[in-house]
Ligand binder design. Structure first.
Ligand SMILES: Nc1ncnc2c1ncn2[C@@H]1O[C@H](COP(=O)(O)OP(=O)(O)OP(=O)(O)O)[C@@H](O)[C@H]1O
Length: 498
């Protein structure tokens, strides 16, 4: 009986036959050599045929049309839809590089870098170069590993691979079971600032673009079910600018409200005051700061107590996002102003303890109330960032720091075991930081830069999205002249504006 497997075997044998057996005179007789030659130069043959057809049909006009129409069509396409044009051009170029640059040398490079494996019978096998893609940083080779190989084998040979491919650096990243990506780094995309003159609105809080990775691609964060983030770095390393660029996208979403407390007491955040539900640039009046923190804390408690009864779910993130129930981002810049009590008088210390306690509660319990607390500091020590707060912050960003201890205070002990550290970031690379990626590994990223005038223009454009926190059930801000705080949705406006 002819089974499917037998049939396929026969077809394969027949296809292989000419290559294996038909040689010399037989090949000449059958003309098979001609078919193979034409197939080998198929692009050239096709182009020649097109030229001949054009010439024989329209004469010289046909040739002129051939020379002019395709470039014109390509230029028009690029002008009308640059994305699809770029996509196709990249694919064609990547295919060309796969066939004519990398595949031609692949086996030799694998053997030279000792990444081949002997096979029975004296032959050897090499990992399979599956495809090539183009990234801003350089070419990316997608490789299927041989059985028994692991990405670590390639990581060990990264230097040899870089020399063999003639590039300054090769980065290796696992891309799935049995697969690795070799990124041939031709330029450091993090070396140059990325300045944005406008920021697209964030529509999906589960994919918020925040920075560019070393492969030149955007990194995103999932802000659902996140309670807190800590960020630190020396003065001028780019903390505030990094937060600003992200806030510019978020504030354009009606389902996001911002609360900003700037412990520097300056105007770094004044651009957002027209859009922020609450804004306070106080570095000395800790009562004003406590009033805002209390208000957010009150909103958290209100949501935790009422959410299930009123909206049907105890977890904010299981509910649809809408402007009537916004996510609240609380940014506390230079948080050490309020948490580090060294040198404070006793009264101020008491206020600082209360602020720290409230921030701690927000960090621990804010997740299911849709409140995300983001603490930034230029002094990443346990005095400025109490470990109870830091250890509950699942998102951590370290801009340039000076010591390993500071790096650990932000990123945790993982940084001690990693080759990537914020201590290495050069001073002139402001805006470059180390973050943990989705797989928990540390990586360098560059935050885009949005100058304060651009940020202010965006905030003004969407100022009508601003709401008082009292609209959502937060208590009003404590007003000293009345000697108490007003509770509930009917409370006073929440602003403590510098
Ligand atoms: N992503 C970036 N790209 C290019 N330049 C940047 C970037 N971030 C910051 N800078 C430059 O560095 C300067 C300082 O940045 P920023 O104010 O954000 O630092 P910081 O870490 O918040 O400092 P401080 O702790 O003193 O507030 C900016 O004014 C800008 O010139």
């Amino acid at each position: 009986m002819v089974t499917m497997a037998n049939f396929l075997r026969v077809v394969k044998t027949l296809l292989a036959l000419p290559r294996k057996r038909v040689n010399g005179a037989a090949s000449l007789l059958t003309g098979w050599w001609m078919v193979r030659l034409l197939w080998r130069f198929r692009v050239l043959v096709a182009a020649t045929l097109v030229v001949l057809v054009a010439y024989s049909t329209w004469g010289w006009v046909g040739l002129v049309l051939l020379a002019v129409v395709p470039p014109l069509a390509s230029l028009t396409w690029r002008a009308v839809h640059p994305q699809s044009h770029g996509w196709l051009m990249n694919r064609l170029l990547a295919r060309h590089r796969l066939r004519h640059v990398y595949r031609a040398r692949w086996d030799a490079v694998m053997v030279a870098c000792n990444l081949h494996r002997p096979l029975p019978g004296g032959d050897y096998g090499t990992p399979q170069l599956v495809t090539v893609s183009l990234a801003p940083v350089g070419d990316v080779l997608h490789v299927r590993l041989l059985d028994g190989q692991a990405p670590a084998d390639f990581i060990r040979q990264a230097d040899e691979l870089a020399h063999a491919f003639g590039v300054p650096d090769v980065r290796i990243a696992p891309s799935g079971p049995g697969r690795v990506e070799l990124v041939l780094v031709e330029r450091d995309v993090l070396a140059e600032p990325v300045t944005l003159t406008d920021v697209p609105p964030v529509t999906d809080l589960r994919r918020v673009r925040f920075a560019i990775g070393e492969d030149g691609r955007w990194r995103t964060r999932d802000y659902a079910n996140i309670a807190a983030e800590v960020g630190g770095g020396v003065p001028g390393s780019g903390k505030t600018a990094g937060e600003t660029s992200m806030a510019c996208g978020l504030i354009q979403n009606a389902a996001v409200q911002y609360v900003v407390i700037d412990g520097k007491g300056g105007e770094d955040w004044s651009w957002i005051s027209g859009r922020a539900a609450a804004y306070c640039a106080e570095d000395e009046d800790l009562e004003a700061v406590l009033a805002i923190v209390e208000q957010v804390h009150g909103l958290m408690r209100h949501r935790l107590k009422t959410q299930k009864g009123e909206r049907g779910e105890a977890n904010f993130w299981n509910l649809p996002l809408d402007a009537h129930h916004p996510v609240v981002f609380v940014v506390v810049d230079e948080v050490q102003t309020f948490t580090d009590t060294k040198g404070m008088d006793n009264d101020t210390k008491q206020l600082a303890f209360q602020i720290t306690a409230r921030l701690s509660a927000l960090v621990k319990k804010g997740r299911s109330a849709g409140i995300i607390t983001r603490l930034l500091t230029q002094k990443p020590t346990s005095d400025a960032l109490p470990t109870a707060i830091r250890d509950n912050a699942s998102v951590r960003t370290a801009w340039r720091v000076i010591t390993d201890d500071a790096a650990e205070a932000i990123l945790g002990p993982v940084v001690r075991r990693s080759d990537i550290t914020p201590v290495d970031i050069p001073e002139e690379m402001r805006g470059v930081a180390v973050v943990a990626n989705a797989a928990g590994r540390l990586e360098r990223v560059r935050f885009p830069y949005v100058d304060e005038h651009t940020a202010e223009r965006i905030a003004t454009r969407v100022a009508d999205l601003r709401r008082e926190l009292t609209e959502f059930g937060a208590p009003g801000v404590k007003d000293d002249s009345e000697g108490g705080s007003s509770e509930g949705a009917s409370g006073e406006a929440s602003e403590v504006r510098a």
